[in-house]
Design a protein around this ligand. Structure first.
Ligand code: NAP
Length: 408
């Protein structure tokens, strides 16, 4: 069986990875220009397709038959070539978002829900939320409710971002300031890269439960797979694929005192997990063209920290990498959302008496004990997982992998 994803630009697609878990069929990426669309749909070698930006509407006219969901949303994201060669169009985004909403455990009935954006995904979200009994308002840049009159909606309970604002590579931007909404109880973002958009990080900082779009991505693929093969994918399988993908996509960021073993462990971990490895201190040196002691001498700690934050901002946007950070990165509060947006953060703990000081400007001029007293609560604040490195780096690597697997 030949299946795949049709779109104009598909460089960052996770669909092949997801469909590998879902079923025994080939799944390729079909990047086609608008001019090549008709020929591909009529004559292309495929049995089933997923359809993505910008073709979810343009494929409608090539489908001889549409599912009720595709008709309702006026968009198709799954095409099946029937035995007679005719194309059947369906929309699995509806199932995907419905599954995401139910998975949240939140009761949307009678809640005021703001859906940001008025594109295809917004239509899907509105249809599902209305089915679940929500009281839905669309915020559109050109609509009656827009970003200039959000004050008329400050009583909303739920916000769903169905715009691309905050999506990689434009990390760190949010479509709204959530401080405007004192009654906010739940926040959803259809974006899954980064795992936590600024909107979700802001919600987290206010203690508001939130969810990204990864569950929807997996669930819509699962329903497509059912249409390709006829085999049902149960919710346990969706959960398992979601968890594996969630782990694979996130960076693993190592924090801890200077000399605690972050670089050695990071390199070993990256080899074991076949991930790219970055050492932020080395990246700072490369970008400045000077060694770290030289940077400290010329620019002081402040100058070093500024360059370090700029480097972390770049590295933390990546996915599936291992990143060893400098020991003092936790002293800058702004580094917390930067690192947290797409990573599991691991604190490598090592007995202070075992830490080296050679070539480390701050370790040589300060008492390590004093430095530890200041930084310990900060490492706690940043870390998702704590791992001891008082034995060998190999043992620490095993412990990191085990704790990450336990988490999923
Ligand atoms: P779309 O058709 O391009 O619509 C996005 C809407 O967002 C636009 O209609 C626009 O609405 C608004 N928008 C666009 N640029 C904006 C900006 N700079 N500032 C504020 N609003 C802006 O895209 P879509 O297919 O609906 O997808 C929307 C998002 O959902 C994307 O991030 C996509 O990746 C994500 N998505 C995720 C899944 C999943 O499985 N997790 C599935 C589908 C889509 P107005 O003009 O009315 O403001």
């Amino acid at each position: 069986m030949i299946c795949g994803l049709l779109g104009e630009k598909l460089i960052h697609s996770y669909s092949p990875q997801i469909h590998k878990y879902l079923g025994d069929y080939s799944y390729d990426l079909y990047e086609r220009s608008p001019e090549a669309l008709e020929d591909f749909l009529l004559n292309g070698q495929f049995d089933g397709l997923n359809v993505t930006i910008p073709y979810k509407k343009s494929v409608l006219k090539f489908c001889s038959d549409l599912s009720p969901q595709a008709k309702m949303l006026g968009a198709v994201n799954t095409i099946i070539r029937r035995a007679d060669g005719k194309l059947y169009g369906h929309n699995t985004d509806y199932f995907g978002f419905r599954s995401m909403a139910l998975h949240s455990g939140y009761d949307f009935s009678n809640k005021k829900i703001l859906v940001l954006g008025s594109g295809g995904a917004s239509n899907t979200v509105c249809a599902v939320m209305e089915e679940l009994g929500g009281n839905v308002f669309v915020i559109s840049r050109s609509g009656e409710s827009n970003y200039q009159n959000l004050h008329i909606h400050t009583d909303c309970s739920v916000i769903v971002n169905a715009t691309p604002v905050g999506m990689y590579p434009h990390n760190g931007t949010s479509p709204v300031n959530i401080d405007l909404f004192p009654n906010l109880e739940y926040v959803m973002d259809l974006i899954y890269n980064p795992a936590k958009t600024k909107l979700l990080l802001d919600a987290e900082a206010r203690g508001i439960p939130s969810q990204n779009g990864l569950w929807m991505l997996v669930a819509q693929a699962a329903e497509s797979s059912y249409f390709f093969t006829g085999q049902t994918i149960d919710s346990k399988s969706i959960e398992s694929i979601y968890s594996q993908l969630n782990l694979q996509m996130r960076n693993i960021v190592l924090i801890g005192m200077p000399g605690c073993g972050k670089s050695t462990i990071g390199r070993l971990l990256s080899e074991k997990l076949k991930r790219c490895f970055y050492d932020s201190d080395k990246e700072v040196e490369r970008s400045a063209g000077r060694s770290i002691p030289e940077i400290f001498q010329a620019d002081g700690e402040d100058g070093f920290r500024k360059t370090e934050t700029a480097i972390l901002r770049k590295l933390a946007k990546l996915s599936s990498c291992v990143i060893a950070t400098g020991g003092g990165c936790v002293t800058k509060e702004e580094n917390l959302p930067i690192l947290r947006q797409n990573a599991f953060i691991i604190w490598i703990q090592r007995d202070i008496s075992l830490l080296p000081t050679e070539g480390r400007p701050l370790s040589r001029t300060n008492s390590l004990n004093q430095m530890y007293q200041v930084r310990q609560p900060l490492y706690h604040r940043f870390a998702d997982i704590v791992v001891e490195n008082d034995n060998s780096p190999e043992v620490a690597v095993q412990s990191i992998i085990k704790q990450l697997e336990d988490r999923i």
